[in-house]
Design a protein around this ligand. Sequence first.
Ligand SMILES: [Zn+2]
Length: 544
Amino acid sequence: MRFYILFLLAGLISFHGYTQSPKEDKAKLVVGIVVDQMRNDYIDRFWYRYGEDGFKRLVNQGYRFKNGHFNYVPTFTGPGHASVFTGTSPMNHGIIGNNWFDKTNGEFVYCAGDAEVTPVGTLDRAGKMSPHRMLVTTITDENRLATQMRGKTIGIALKDRGAILPAGHTANAAYWFHGKKEGKWITSSYYMDKLPNWVDAFNNSGKAQSYLRPWDTLYPIETYVESGSDLNEFEQGFKGKETATFPYDIDKLKAENDNYEILKAIAYGNDLTTDFAMAAIDGENLGKNSDTDILTLSYSSTDYVGHNFGVNSKEIQDTYLRLDKNIADLLNFLDERVGKDNYIVFLTADHAAVEVPAYLESVNIPAGYFDTKGFIEKAKDFVEEKYGDKNLIENISNDQVFFNYGLLDQMGIESKELQEKLAAFILSQDKIHRVYTRNQIVSGAYEKSMEALIKNGFNHKRSGDVAYIMEPSVISYPRQGSTHGSSYVYDTHVPMLFYGKGIKEGSTSRRSEIVDIAPTIATLLGISFPNATTGEPLFRMLED
Ligand SMILES: [Zn+2]
């Protein structure tokens, strides 16, 4: 009997050893951070203003790719988040815009919109979301498959698409923020039928409300010499305040700016996101089990602030100095909860942004504005004049023209002919730089330069029939604030920072691409690449 017990004990010990030891080398938690609209140069521009524990810790104790780029156009939030986590570009993952014209149904669709699911945590249609339009797996999906669904995935962002696409198809949960009169973190029936207790507790804690306080600069504004003057003609600002200048009385402004929605558009939105991420780490016990968990965390407020005030504004500078503190708090929290050498963090962006063209013009740099509405009319008039029916153009969106194939057939017009005629017409228009036809994109062996970006962003089924590129620093946008979406470096050049278990210290100026992130994380975890990966592991920073 005694021998039998000893034998059993020995068996248990060795069994235990067998199941545990191979995993001890793996990180217990991966935190994938996307900072919405973060330009690579924000790291350098504000470097001396950052503390030691935030961006600087990631850079000094981790690996920085200084020349990291998106490898496709259009550089928008939906495609950006999908590309970071799938290791491929819209040509494969199918998220070709935030919204796009869906040819099969002849209607406009939203990248995360899903009529089949119901909201959870709200009755508002803001909860009708899922990743169903994304055609491939994410690194988070692959981790779920590799751990027999034991390793958890939680996705968090103020923006639904920033939470949903990174978390993939198999996520335990994705949470996003519904502002308006509710000010709550919500989800959809795609993930669950009811919010977990920790989410309810957070929603009822008064945290969101606590951020409806005045927004002034973190440090004296006269020390913000890395950004433009606070009062200028290149910023939009908030309804209810005449100038786009500090300080902002958020509690007073909220009524005219859709109540809690205003939190998304100020620096405090990132504080709220960090608070919620920490609550999720505790509430879901992330990083506490033998299987790796993944938290995807996207900071959305940076994008709203950039759109509203422009990349050169005091508001942007303040938002990044505050975000630096959020990152520091999060890293310290991870040290405490998961343990210093037990996690991996990467930080990147979903796209960057352009300097406000009106500002560039004011300092004699070629820039400008493209009148998309006027352009659409002209293109339709052209087609009507040539063929007698303007409806041959079904839709123009995301800098692409979509044909009405049925009508083309009926009228006996070859698509190739219309592509070429229209391309020549579009190229003759003011502020247009290049034009590509579907036939060129599909058959061209484009590997480099703008042609490659067009090709990588072009999904053969979902994309249009003629694609155009505007001149550098020309945007279709109001004269105040920044935007993004182009193939130029000001939109493609983003931070790529890696920190933690298995990652060397160092940096490189060699080119790397966003699609390299997912296969790099897969290599670190020893799991499969997402199923349509086109990127490559960033071997420079991996320990052999
Ligand atoms: Zn944006």
